[in-house]
Design a protein around this ligand. Structure first.
Ligand code: SF4
Ligand code: SF4
Length: 321
């Protein structure tokens, strides 16, 4: 069993509780215009090319049988992704690191070998998070990896967009200890404007998660300037989370269960992905956006807190900066 993975981040502190190993799967069904991981969007492996690092040695030109690389008499190299088959031959010979291969096929065993190296750092809280991209676009690989983590008694989390029928996620949930999901906009047309898809499946997945499972849930909103940073937009999302908390409490009462926590967090937009867009030769549509200040984020968080507080005082966790 193989999956397309583009990064394995160790000692991650922002992808769930404790110290974690985060496995990033390639391919996403959304097209968020501010995406912080643009290399995650397309499923096939890709080459990032950084001309400013190139020393004009010409090794990649000589190596490429497909004519994807050319060099001028002045040593200026150009790369044509249309000609490139992403064979990866030219990567290791680029000592200037001007070429980066993003994504390759990993077996479950290979990923587990990486994970198990970090196991002693997880402690009581940490573990493994599957992120992306969208891990559920590679549902079989995701399930196989989660099952192996479970067999090793490692805490498991997934970061998912939720844009699929419930039947996609439901069979995987017994292998998951924590689900993290973004709520980007409650207005479906505005959701489509920002992400390329309506929010219908996403809201439905959130409701199913809240009322039909006992999984701890963390809903998050990346606060994007000019898109969803208006207080009333955040209020509406926080109100939706408050209603989910109430719906979970009601369904748990019927089943005689204690509700698992449903939490909400705001994520601050940043401009750290700019280089990656350049390396991929793609337009960065969020290039001119100014990140919100800490004070602006705190003000939004307080409003969200006020909205949710009545339902569950523990439901808000601090903004991620
Ligand atoms: S191998 Fe790297 S440094 Fe050499 S010409 Fe190609 S891109 Fe430039
Ligand atoms: S990855 Fe392969 S096809 Fe693409 S530029 Fe390098 S050598 Fe050529």
């Amino acid at each position: 069993m193989h999956g397309t993975v583009f990064d394995i981040q160790r000692f991650s502190l922002h992808d769930g509780p404790g110290i974690r190993t985060t496995v990033f799967l390639k391919g996403c069904s959304l097209r968020c215009f501010w995406c912080h991981n643009p290399e995650s969007i397309r499923r096939p492996p890709e080459i990032e090319f950084y001309p400013e690092r190139c020393i004009g040695c010409g090794a990649c030109v000589a190596l490429c049988e497909h004519g994807a690389n050319t060099i001028t008499d002045d040593g200026v190299v150009t790369y044509d992704p249309q000609q490139c088959t992403v064979c990866g031959e030219c990567i290791d010979d680029c000592f200037a690191n001007a070429r980066v291969l993003v994504g390759r096929a990993w077996s479950v065993d290979e990923v587990m070998a990486e994970i198990l190296q970090d196991r002693s750092f997880y402690g009581d809280e940490g573990g493994v998070t599957l992120s992306g991209g969208e891990p559920m676009l590679q549902a079989d690989f995701t399930a196989a990896l989660l099952a192996r983590c479970r067999a090793e008694d490692i805490h498991t989390a997934i970061e998912t967009a939720g844009h699929y029928p419930w039947s996609t996620l439901e069979p995987v949930l017994p292998l998951v200890d924590l689900v993290m999901m973004d709520l980007k906009h409650l207005d479906s047309e505005r959701h489509r404007d920002g992400t390329g898809v309506p929010n219908t499946h996403i809201l439905s997945t959130a409701r199913h998660l809240a009322t039909e499972t006992d999984k701890p849930l963390l809903f998050r909103t990346p606060v994007i300037p000019t898109y969803n940073d208006a207080p009333e937009v955040i209020d509406r999302i926080a109100g939706f989370v408050r209603d989910l908390i109430a719906a979970r409490a009601a369904s748990c009462a019927v089943r005689g269960e204690t509700p698992a926590p449903v939490r909400y967090q705001l994520l601050r937009f940043h401009q750290l992905a700019g280089d990656k867009y350049r390396g991929l030769g793609r337009a960065n549509r969020a290039r001119d956006l100014e990140p919100l200040s800490k004070a602006q984020m705190d003000a939004l968080s307080q409003r969200a807190h006020a909205m949710i507080h009545a339902g569950d005082p523990s439901a808000i966790i601090p903004n991620a900066q």
